[in-house]
Design a protein around this ligand. Structure first.
Ligand SMILES: [Fe+2]
Length: 235
């Protein structure tokens, strides 16, 4: 058995909480997704429902919704190390939104940010910078490989350099172009790369750690897991 097969995986990006975004639609589906994560080796999981500021009344009302969804599954979850967080979409002036820092990963100084799916504009980089400086947070950038077609090298470089970590969806390894981009990121600084599933549904974008284990060297997966785990142990 390889190192990776033995490794304790940490999931930092998923949409498993029920009824809060476009992820799991029922408690049964949440539990089925958690079982799939557990069976593939996940021992710690961070729940990251989408947070779109323009769709929410406030951060606090989102937090209440999130807590309710979490309460539904927490006692039955097969994974016991659970943390609440969000995948925060970068919007104009989001760094000014009251309580935005409460969306960081519980127990850490990490926040998962997602860029909008549109051509790059400077304000996006400014919002990343402002959130990290204003609240002393380290930014995990969600799936940068999804933007490699629309951003110039300079734009991508600007964004990457503002973030502490680059989160890769395992599915990137199933796409030639994205996989090439991910390999470049690993060459640039493998210590900044974090892997996750971005799992949504049991039928669509389900947990896919098997793909990562097939395509990526065990020692790289191990390093990524050690890196994220160190943020929880530090607290
Ligand atoms: Fe996501």
């Amino acid at each position: 058995m390889s190192v990776a097969e033995n490794s304790h995986l940490v999931e930092v990006h998923c949409h498993i909480l029920e009824g809060i975004d476009d992820g799991a639609k029922s408690k049964e589906e949440s539990i089925a997704l958690l079982l799939a994560e557990r069976d593939q080796g996940v021992e710690r999981i961070v729940f990251t429902p989408h947070f779109y500021a323009h769709r929410e009344r406030s951060v606090n009302s989102f937090l209440k919704k999130r807590q309710k969804a979490f309460d539904e599954i927490k006692d039955e979850s097969p994974i016991k190390n659970m943390h609440l967080a969000a995948e925060v979409a970068i919007e104009s002036e989001i760094s000014e939104l009251p309580d935005i820092e409460k969306l960081a990963i519980e127990g850490t100084n990490l926040i998962l940010l997602e860029l909008p799916y549109r051509p790059f504009e400077n304000w996006m980089a400014e919002e990343i910078y402002n959130i990290s400086i204003k609240f002393g947070l380290e930014v995990i950038l969600a799936h940068p490989h999804r933007y490699c077609d629309t951003y110039t090298d300079d734009q991508m470089d600007k964004v990457l350099s503002l973030c502490s970590y680059w989160q890769i969806n395992n599915e990137a390894f199933g796409n030639w172009k994205e996989s090439r981009f991910v390999k470049k990121l690993m060459k640039r600084d493998v210590s900044k790369v974090l892997f996750a599933t971005d799992a949504h549904r049991i039928t669509f974008r389900k947990p896919n750690w098997d793909l990562l284990k097939k395509k990526c060297k065990p020692e790289i997966i191990e390093e990524s897991m050690r890196t994220i785990e160190s943020h929880f142990k530090a607290k």
